[in-house]
Design a protein around this ligand. Sequence first.
Ligand code: BES
Ligand code: MN
Ligand code: ZN
Length: 496
Amino acid sequence: MADSIKIDFQAPAAAEGGDIVVFVGEALKPSPAVAKLLGQKAVDLIAKVAAVENFKGKARSALTIVAPSALSADRLVVVGIGGEKDRSELDWAQLGGLVAGKVNGKTATVWVDLPGVTATPENVADMALGVKLRRYSFDRYKTKKDDSKKDGTGRFVFAVPDPAAAKKAFKAVDGVAGGVAVARDLVNEPPNVLGPKEFAARAEALSKLGVEVEILDEKAMQKLGMRALLGVGQGSSRGSRVVIMRWNGGKAGAQPIAFVGKGVVFDSGGISIKPGAGMEDMKGDMAGAACVVGLMHALASRKARANVIGAIGLVENMPDGNAQRPGDIVTTMSGQTIEIVNTDAEGRLVLADVLWYVQNRFKPKFMIDLATLTGAILVALAQEYAGLFSNNDELAQRIAEAGRATGERVWRMPLGPEFDKMIESKFADMKNSGGRYGGSITAAALLQKFVNGVPWAHLDIAGTAMGSPQTEINKGWSSGWGVRLLDRLVRDHYEG
Ligand code: BES
Ligand code: MN
Ligand code: ZN
């Protein structure tokens, strides 16, 4: 949600009040410059308290000294960095997250001078990113706010030698933090509040950042022949939408890149209804679409020099008298027919039409789709990796690299004719489920039938985008997974 976390940069000076954060290695000594600012008494205090508390300055550990006698600060937070010298971008962000988790006060002054490590302005910016991601909160529906909760608030002052350079580096990164928050918010919102129409309106708000937004309603989709997508939404009283977002930051006329998201605002399973336990989680079945909106926010905020298409299919999968049945056969926009054998395998039906549409209308350099597509991907990869399927080794490799850099990791899974065989139908060109075995693979195999040679990658994010494991930079139910990954992919390979 619109946060009130303030990030400032200034030259190092003795701080008055609030929390002070300093870094030490295993020698338990801050850098000489920080030691000077703290004064000898405070340096001695750190050593003394460290001995009492058995604090060794190891990486990812911290020691808090409340009301330090030698300082006017409320708390002195001593963060260990161990013996680490090479710190990746992710390390910096996680360090920022750790700091944000340890400080308590309204204001924290972080003396970014790590013993034996030089922090570049970009490193400082990544730390600030970590702070923002860690402090994200979604409490819109809590009528009693908990005063002791520090999420969503706080002022962080990074004391650095070149505040102007750090500020500049942070500006680009802040757009990404904003994009992650947008994605997390959309996933967290309850499904009664966020139907297809309301989701589309949220995407439309991107026009404030210079993104062109176009919304297709059911009439427009009917005209285009998107009957696979419309079939999924026909059991819901809320009409489906497709939203096309365009960010033209690249050369005029240059071939765009495209991102496509599954936006099932609620997945009851339809007539093949899901069991009741945990069904509330299916409000998050639009995390792919949320990621695409968050990514467009990030790219537009930092004025990425690339032409980018974002396309999302927004539907609700519900059972009513008009709902799609098992046994139905639908004709997709591509002309291919699909036999519906399970109405709960709906995401692939939505994507089939959106992928086809995007590839034919925009002729993109590549398409990447994101979808909370299968429970089977959780069986295969738990919540640590998203499943990656691709018809293009270069694209797959680039995504994997961006995954390692951002910590939003992917694991490549297979495609091939033997899997296509598993979705052959007696009555139509294909069926929408190949059964339990290789459930994520046969889902991807269906998507591939709607990709015509364009380099394409599919990310199955059912395990990574929602019900997320807690990390230093995410404490929420939704992670905003994919925004940082794809922003990084664009930045590394498709700008300029
Ligand atoms: N939205 C679900 C997949 C899902 C499961 C997302 C768990 C997030 C967490 C998808 O539409 C679905 O229901 N898939 C079925 C496919 C099956 C019917 C072939 C599944 O995974 O069971
Ligand atoms: Mn489903
Ligand atoms: Zn679904």
